[in-house]
Design a protein around this ligand. Structure first.
Ligand SMILES: Nc1ncnc2c1ncn2[C@@H]1O[C@H](COP(=O)(O)OP(=O)(O)OP(=O)(O)O)[C@@H](O)[C@H]1O
Length: 264
């Protein structure tokens, strides 16, 4: 049986009087790709931030690889929607900074640089290493953010709407690239998305959250589509359409709310 990498047990999250998350129970296996989907404000980012260790739960326990999550760590690298690159550094330097923080204690500069180039190569950006963030496109910035996260050799990649700010074509391209990288590295991924097609295309399981306050996991869809997945072939696949319908029904019938923030 695959190892449990993340184990979330009876987690509740309150912000003062506001009860954001209630009784969250979820395990993620090694190499699994999980997406969190739900209406705006239901607590997807809150849950991801708990796994990242950026916040602590009001009650309940989160484990990563058998150890309690008590703060951020390179084993759980985060990619945010707005890349968060340092504008005064080159793409190379932005990635190098993370590599140095994680491996600087035990490796020499040459090895650290090698790791940095490898991460940039993985996302197809080795040629842009010398450029500043202001000199590259939004999609490229997101790829640098992904390279930076992967360069830390995380056990889990946590992504909060990483492609949310990109146009549809760039988004599709990066989804394909992410699938390739995940296949290559065997990474475990937890990703927040509003996009139903993105969720079905990428996921092994789609975790669907109920509306807040006191949101919880409403249902989980197991996506049993073969990998590698091809977006063009999938739109004709009845199973793909079935999964898509399952998620849409959950969002609009069982958790009915106007279609303001979920892209279908
Ligand atoms: N630090 C905080 N203090 C108080 N309330 C908070 C805090 N962080 C989140 N919340 C509240 O918790 C709820 C869940 O927020 P969260 O950002 O996790 O939702 P989300 O599902 O990620 O939303 P979106 O899809 O719009 O990004 C919201 O009602 C939000 O206002």
């Amino acid at each position: 049986m695959a190892a449990k990498f993340i184990d979330i047990s009876r987690v509740d999250m309150r912000f003062g009087q506001f009860h954001a998350l209630r009784d969250i129970n979820l395990t993620v296996e090694q190499g699994e790709f999980i997406t969190l989907i739900g209406h705006s404000g239901c607590g997807k980012s809150t849950l991801l931030n708990l796994v990242a260790g950026l916040t602590r739960p009001s009650s309940g326990v989160l484990l990563c690889n058998g150890r309690e999550i008590t703060g951020p760590a390179p084993e759980r690298a985060v990619v945010f929607q707005n890349h968060s690159l340092l504008p005064w550094l080159s793409c190379f330097e932005n990635v190098y900074l993370a590599v140095e923080r994680v491996f600087g204690g035990q490796e020499r500069r040459g090895q650290l640089e090698e790791r940095t180039w490898q991460a940039l190569e993985l996302v197809g950006l080795a040629a842009a290493g010398g450029k500043r963030p202001s000199e590259i496109s939004g999609g490229m910035k997101q790829r640098v953010g992904i390279a930076r996260a992967l360069s830390m050799e995380p056990k889990v990649l946590l992504m909060d709407e990483p492609f949310g700010a990109l146009d549809a074509l760039t988004r599709a391209h990066l989804q394909d690239e992410l699938m390739r990288i995940v296949a290559l590295t065997g990474a475990t991924v937890v990703m927040v998305t509003h996009d139903v097609d993105e969720a079905v295309l990428l996921s092994d399981r789609i975790v669907m959250m109920s509306n807040g306050p006191a949101a919880t996991i409403g249902d989980i869809v197991h996506v049993r589509l073969q990998r590698p997945r091809d977006r063009l072939a999938l739109v004709q696949d009845p199973l793909y359409l079935e999964y898509r319908t399952d998620v849409l029904e959950f969002l609009y019938q069982r958790q009915g709310r106007p279609a303001q923030h979920v892209a279908a």
